[in-house]
Design a protein around this ligand. Structure first.
Ligand SMILES: [Zn+2]
Length: 278
């Protein structure tokens, strides 16, 4: 459970660039070894950062390689090094201070309590002990960015003016101040709606407020949502290519006029699509 992002990270490796080419292995000493040890410590491994590649360092490297599905040889080559760097970007270790609680920690790192609980397999999240080390997924951004990188990036599902952004707003119909989990893109009725990324259709039908909507699963717990359509052109179970027309826009569900409500969810949480669209 520690490396829940493993699949994503491995995918990112192919595109990771590492200038060096030497291998760092058992018996070596020096700043290169120190750097690797520091990365391992940042990831929650208990090591002394002394620049000596001993049995403990090797065991930690092998553990990471095993968790990530890499070749388990205890040798830090370009692939393992890139994996460590990528992991460190996505995860930090945090030592619990007196008076801390998970909500505050989650807020500080822009993540969720659930993420921290599941990442650390916490049995009793309400009993944090000072000195306890937690691994914190720092942000969904680097991880999701990796996926986008592998897939060549997301494309706009439609072209149009953004009539309502992501975040808190007063709903135009209900007048209730609430969180808007997507962006509304104003388009003419019947405009082709395209898949922002390739994936598998997991919902296609009436989703209440979103009206006739499509949900595409892109793997790695990432889904995109397309709401308020007038017609749906794909079915649950279909695999769609990026750019494939999946629906025609409309104003079904709760909508004042024809527009596409586009959402991105990571692990069931919405994120701001504008961070990921080109
Ligand atoms: Zn909307």
């Amino acid at each position: 459970m520690r490396y829940v992002f493993a699949a994503v990270l491995i995918a990112a490796l192919a595109s990771s660039v590492w200038a060096g080419s030497s291998l760092i292995h058992y018996g070596m000493r020096g700043t290169d070894v120190k750097e690797i040890q520091q990365m391992l410590v940042d990831l929650g491994h208990e090591l002394v950062v002394d620049g000596v590649f001993g049995p403990k360092t090797k065991a930690a490297v092998m553990q990471v390689q095993k968790d990530l599905g890499l070749r388990v040889d205890g040798v830090v080559g370009p692939e393992t090094r890139a994996a460590l760097a990528e992991l460190r970007e996505a995860v930090v270790s945090y030592t619990v201070q007196r008076g801390d609680n998970l909500t505050a920690i989650a807020m500080r790192y822009q993540t969720t309590v659930d993420s921290i609980v599941s990442y650390n397999n916490l049995n009793n999240p309400h009993r944090l002990l000072p000195g306890q080390v937690l691994l914190i997924p720092t942000s969904d951004l680097p991880v999701f960015g990796s996926v986008l990188y592998r897939l060549g990036g997301m494309i706009w599902p439609v072209q149009g003016r953004i009539s309502s952004g992501y975040g808190y707003r007063t709903h135009p119909i209900t007048k209730v101040y609430h969180f808007h989990g997507g962006i509304d893109i104003a388009v003419a009725h019947g405009t082709p709606v395209r898949a922002a990324l390739a994936g598998k259709v997991v919902k296609a039908g009436n989703l209440g407020g979103l009206g006739l909507a499509i949900v595409i699963d892109h793997g790695n717990e990432i889904t995109t949502w397309y709401g308020h359509n007038s017609a749906l052109l794909v079915r649950v179970g279909d695999y769609v290519q990026q750019g494939q027309v999946i629906a025609r826009s409309g104003r079904t569900g709760v909508a004042t006029g024809p527009h596409l409500d586009f959402r991105i969810k990571i692990r069931d949480q919405t994120v701001d699509p504008l961070k990921y669209l080109p």
